[in-house]
Design a protein around this ligand. Sequence first.
Ligand code: COA
Length: 692
Amino acid sequence: MTSSVTIQSHDGVAVLLVDSPPVNALGIAVRYGLRDGMREILDNPAYGAVVVACAGRTFVSGADIREFDLEMSGPGLDEINALFENRSKPVVAAIHGVALGGGLEIAMGCHFRIATREAKLGQPEVKLGLIPGGGGTQRLPRAIGPVRAVELIVSGDPIDGTEALKLGLIDEIFEGDPVTAGVAFAHKVLTERRPFRSLRGDDSKLVPVRADRSLLTEAAAKAMKRNRALDAPQACAEAVGWCLDAAFDEAVRREWELFARLKDGAQSKALRHVFFAERNSSKITGVAADVRPRKVNSVAVIGAGTMGGGIAMSFANAGIPVKLVEVAQDALDRGLSTVRKNYESTAARGGMSMDDAARRAALITGAIGLEQVADADLVVEALFETMQIKKDVFERLDKLAKPGAILATNTSFLDVNAIAAMTKRPYDVVGMHFFSPANIMKLCEIVRGAQTAPDVLATAAAVARRIAKVPVVVGVCHGFVGNRMLLVRIAQARKMLLEGALPQQVDAVATKFGMMGPFAMSDLAGLDIGWRSRKDSGETSPIEDALCEGGRFGQKTGAGYYRYERGSRSPTPDPEVDALILDTSRRLNITRRDISDTEIHERLIYPMINEGARILDEGIAERAGDIDVVWLYGYGWPAQTGGPMFIADQTGLAIVAERLRYMAGLDMDETLRPAPLMERLAMAGGTFASLK
Ligand code: COA
């Protein structure tokens, strides 16, 4: 027995109680505890039945993911489940909170399962690039039928207690304390002499699908549609399929082999990194654990443009009423109507019910005049990206907002300190940088100004989480973390066009990697905004300027780096653009050369990693993992690669630095030289991850 698993005696029923905070993961100590405890209970004639239950906020939440990077040791779930499946004493799992992954697998080794209505039961391994490795692919089909099982295992999405009862995954719903409920249920089993069944020996739910395998193949194909680039969904479907024709033990053996292979593969390592990076990003240096976020019950968003509307929708989607504030009625009407149309088209596509769409739209009310923010606990300014406009608005907000209100600016580049300085309460000012489309993209960069108060930071992060965003705290600089690195990426992409590549070639490399190409992305965002601001600043971008001078502003004009058929968003390469690019290179006396896909890949990624190193060194991002989270949730970076900084660590910083030096020489571009932090780490054989 270990201290994380104990045996409690309750009137002839043994309770095998797991107490391993924070989430009762199945680390080695817990597995030893379960195995040894169960042996002891089976040997002790004083116990007539067993309840497996957990202390704390949840049942077992799955394998201890941190152990996946270590040599596997200690008892496996097959050994524990073999004991649970004994024929001498009934075993009841009493589930509260979540039973995920290995947690559900051990529950399925028990003869009975009871759960709270709100409990979440599922096999989320696919989200970590894995398949269930403790018999889940074989027991779940036997519990609920292979069709529903493949849907759950391939998607990784959990079901609640109510649905679990309907599907036959659990026997009963309980309320209150799991130990009390589990013991009461065990007594009932004993009194009623209920027969107890082991899922491993019950093939009854497999029969219809064994007769018609297409039921399973169709369900699997449908479930796999969502994420084709990943290995795990396919592997999950394959493993579930074994329940139809392999003997149980043979299928479980194969499942373990496949699990182990995926666990050691690159995709799962990257997805595990993402899991922890996302959780670590919520830890904010300088904000003590006892700092309480302020109450936010009322929200005002200033500006009913695309960004403001999207931000307002994010609040409404979380059930939070929001006031959309504009200066002029027509702008407000336009904004509200766009919001309504967005909801209606989502409902028309089946994304939500019409009622739901109407309910959410109704949570957004329009208001004219800045004085309307007076009762808001949180004001989010989402106006044009012009410093003077923002300064004027914050100067006025300072006089209009109530004391203690949080004043957030949704700026993508500007100096939050300069904006905060317009108020007499710079400690209440923070950046909340949403990403377009704001109602969809999950990232919110929380920009910490020089004077932002800790509880304001904590509140902004908590609010972001409440509206289902992933907050990452960043420091003040031009473009913060995401856009600062994006600028470097775009600069390289544009250079490559001048040197010999075409937009479709560059974008194809990015698409193959798993994200939208820089030129398709520019067309989507619109080329004209950058063109106008370059005109003001005197900067140039020869090819893009020429496109804009020809009226090619991107998707909105049906032409940009690509051509777009009327009503279509898919880019078609355009010979006119190819000619314009060739002509521009000639005009600038640049001798074009073949650029390989490998060079494109490296030039799109390594310079931005280099900028990431500077960002880390300057303390703009707290951790390399934070930078990865920014790119994953703000720019659609493929999760199975872990993010740019993770790629750098996996590639080896010495190699990345070497390639950067080569690029710097080739391009005569000193900014490409490895940043001092990268040089230091490369010399010492270190990694970005090792910094914190
Ligand atoms: N292994 C190791 N650590 C885990 C873990 C696991 N399976 N699940 C959670 N943790 C850790 C988190 O890293 C976090 O640690 P930290 O406080 O040091 O950052 C802590 O437990 C709390 O997790 P968090 O996600 O912040 O709590 P939550 O209440 O929001 O969610 C869960 C709890 C269990 C629902 C969620 O953590 C989860 O989904 N875990 C993974 C479940 C899973 O995939 N299981 C199958 C593994 S193969």
